[in-house]
Every structure is written in C-alpha cells, then in structure tokens.
Write a protein that binds this ligand. Structure first.
Ligand SMILES: Cc1ncc(COP(=O)(O)O)c(C=O)c1O
Length: 391
C-alpha cells in the first residue's frame, strides 16, 4: 500500500528521520522508493526471527478462532500460552498476566510488587527505560521524568557500573526495608548493552531477599534469545520474583506483553490488583506467540548457536575497524553497544548509516546493533561494511 505523503503530518511521531517503509523480508527493509537497507535494528528487538518469517506469517494467516475474547471469558489458547511461557521461564515463575505490550507488563509488575509487599518504593538503574506510562516513567530516569510534575514518589536509582561497589550502594537504598522491588534489565540494552558483573548478579537476589524486596527482571528487550540465552537472567542464574516480556514474543506480527510472577506474588495481584486488559493477548497475537514458543522450544540450541556465531562475526568485524580501536564495545549475544561517548556523534553516525543503507539505533552516546537472530553471514558483512565506511 502506497501511503500518501501529507504536507502537514497529523500523526505524532518519535522521530521523522527514518525511511518510509514499504516492506521487509528477512534482515532487509525496503522503502517506498525501492531502496534497500540492511536491518541491524530489527524494530528494536522485535523482529528476532527475521521479517516475513514463514512460520509466524502462516500462524497469523491460518488463525481461524474467535475475532476477540472478552477478558471475563475463558479461551483455551490463553491458558496454552501461559503454560508455554511458564515452561520456558526461569525459576519459580508460575503464573502469567496478560498485557498489550512492555509498558503495561512493567506497570502490572509495579502494581503487584506494591500489593505483595505493602510498600511503595522502587529502585531501578540510573538512566533506565522501562516504558512510557506514568508509573514506568517514574522508575525510569530520563529527561521526560523531569518534565512531569506528579510521578510515583520514592523511586530511587542505582548508578552503574554494576560491580561490588553497586552492591554496597544498593544495600544502602534497601536498608530501610521499605522498597517494594528492584527492577532492571538483566543486560541493559537501553543503557548501551550494560552487562553487570557476575558477582553483582549473584548477590543481587540475596540482597533483595534480605530486605524483603522483590526482584523484577525486565526482559522486554532481552527476551527470546537476544543476548544468547532464551532469557538474559538465565546467564546469571537469577530466579526473579517477576519477569516482564513483550516485543519479540510475536516477532512483530501482533501486539503482546506479559507479566510472569511467582505464585505468592501472583496471588496478591489476583486478590487485590487490577489487571483487566481489553486487548491483552489478542487471539491473533496469541496464535503467533504460540508458534514462536513452539519454534523456540524445538530449535533452542540451534538458535542460540547461531546467535553465538553471528555475535562472534560482529565482534571480529568491529575489532578490525581502525576507528573503533579505542572504543568500548559491549557485546551480549546479538545486543551490541558501541560506546562512542558522544550523543551528537552517535546520532550523526546513525543518520549517515541510514543514508548509506544500514538501520541501527543510537542510545545516548552509544550505537546499538540488534539484528535478527537468524541474519545470515553475508548480510552481516554487508552491514559491517556500511558501518566501517560511515565511521
Ligand atoms: C526494557 C524495556 N521495558 C519496557 C519497554 C516498553 O515496552 P513497550 O514499548 O512495548 O511498551 C521497553 C521498550 O523499548 C523496553 O526496552
């Protein structure tokens, strides 16, 4: 469908720098003028299995169930999906709550933490992003937060690096035994692929437990293989009290989010929480998500091996670029952050790459590469060549 370019845009947009998208296939995106782009963005951790993925497209096309199911009614596939998610999730996560996306899932987690603990405070990483609702902006720490006069009170932030020193700082924040939950991405893609020290992650759950504080792992971006394991918190042996997912669970073919919680936390939420969601787990999205999980369950090892291989290819490719010799590069599977340390330069490079046919993201002063998990080696090389030229 050819969209009409209107002189005065009516739709509010995050940015108008991107190309006008016509179609996408695998790890290539095409604009309305037929220009081709290598996609190192994957819709920002959404298209983990490549665009136009046959399995997922067919699951959507062949869906022949009800158009819609009212949340007060039962629908078998909802239970099937909850079971499949819980089966793949780490630790004692036992129950699921339906949501339309990541922000809603995180919002539910904050609500559940308050209900379970009777406390109101939260700790998140400094500069973190967990969504765009008022509650998720409250725990985040960005410019948008400072413009808003009335957010959740008692939201504190923990400054990286996440090492032994951070444990001391966190202990200080939790000391009053009044923090409902600590929330973080296990590998913070939003902070330029910040990988915590193993010791920090080992002690984190113990520290939280000691203070009666719940631990929420936000896997909205890291989930479904992005960092080289199905969920990033698995790499640290973390068993969270709650986990949030969204984005890649449908590979982009439907909106979806979910909160997974342990039985006691879920009970508090079910008894006293409000989690009605009109479009949470829309039937068509559920059909695709079920197919995604079936595919992952059957191909987990092969998929993770491919992530490791492609990650190594990108690591080697970047290591050979003379302009990056003095630059910190953070790599966790197929989440790659190139720390330029200069926001303007990162934005400028992103625009240059776009002009040259490569899609990637810039988070602050960090260039972010998050390609599809099944991108082929030749396409990776094409993207790296464009990046090298632009650098
Ligand atoms: C870690 C994390 N949590 C939550 C969200 C919010 O998800 P959504 O945009 O689906 O509301 C995002 C979005 O980028 C995210 O990266």
């Amino acid at each position: 469908m050819k969209a009409r370019a209107s002189a005065t845009p009516v739709l509010a947009r995050e940015s108008r720098e991107g190309p006008r998208i016509a179609r996408a296939q695998g790890s290539l995106v095409f604009d309305e003028d037929g220009r081709e782009y290598v996609d190192f963005l994957a819709g920002w951790c959404v298209g983990n299995f490549g665009w136009g993925n046959k399995l997922l497209v067919e699951a959507a096309a062949q869906y022949d169930g009800p158009d819609y199911v009212y949340p007060g009614q039962d629908w078998g596939p909802w239970e099937d999906l909850a079971k499949a998610l819980v089966a793949l999730a780490p630790g004692k996560l036992a129950r699921c709550f339906r949501a339309t996306g990541g922000s809603e899932a995180v919002d539910l987690a904050l609500q559940a933490a308050q209900l379970h603990t009777g406390r109101g405070k939260f700790v998140a990483l400094e500069g973190a992003y967990h969504g765009n609702t008022l509650a998720t902006i409250s725990i985040g720490d960005r410019e948008s937060r400072r413009q808003l006069p009335n957010l959740l009170r008692g939201c504190q932030s923990l400054k990286p690096p996440l090492d032994a020193g951070a444990l001391v700082r966190l202990d200080r924040l939790l000391r009053g035994d009044d923090v409902a939950a600590v929330i973080m991405e296990p590998v913070s893609i939003n902070l330029g692929v910040l990988v915590p020290d193993a010791k920090f992650m080992r002690e984190l759950p113990r520290l939280c437990r000691r203070h009666g504080t719940l631990l929420i792992m936000d896997e909205v971006a890291t989930g479904f293989g992005r960092t080289g394991s199905l969920f990033a918190c698995e790499q640290f042996g973390i068993q969270p009290d709650m986990m949030t997912i969204a984005k890649a669970v449908t590979g982009g073919l439907g909106g979806m989010g979910a909160l997974l919680a342990t039985a006691p936390v879920a009970r508090a939420m079910e008894e006293n929480g409000n989690f009605y969601s009109t479009y949470g787990w829309h039937p068509r999205s559920v059909a695709v998500a079920l197919q995604t999980l079936e595919f992952i369950a059957a191909n987990r090892d092969a998929l993770m091996a491919q992530v490791a291989q492609t990650s190594a290819q990108i690591r080697e490719g970047l290591a050979q670029m003379p302009q990056l010799q003095a630059v910190q590069i953070n790599i966790a599977g197929l989440a790659i952050g190139i720390e330029l340390g200069d926001e303007a330069r990162a934005a400028q490079l992103r625009r240059k790459c776009l002009r040259e046919g490569l899609l990637l993201s810039a988070e602050g002063g960090t260039l972010l590469l998050v390609p599809a998990l099944n991108i082929d080696a030749a396409t990776v090389q094409r993207g790296l060549d464009v990046l090298a030229r632009c650098l």
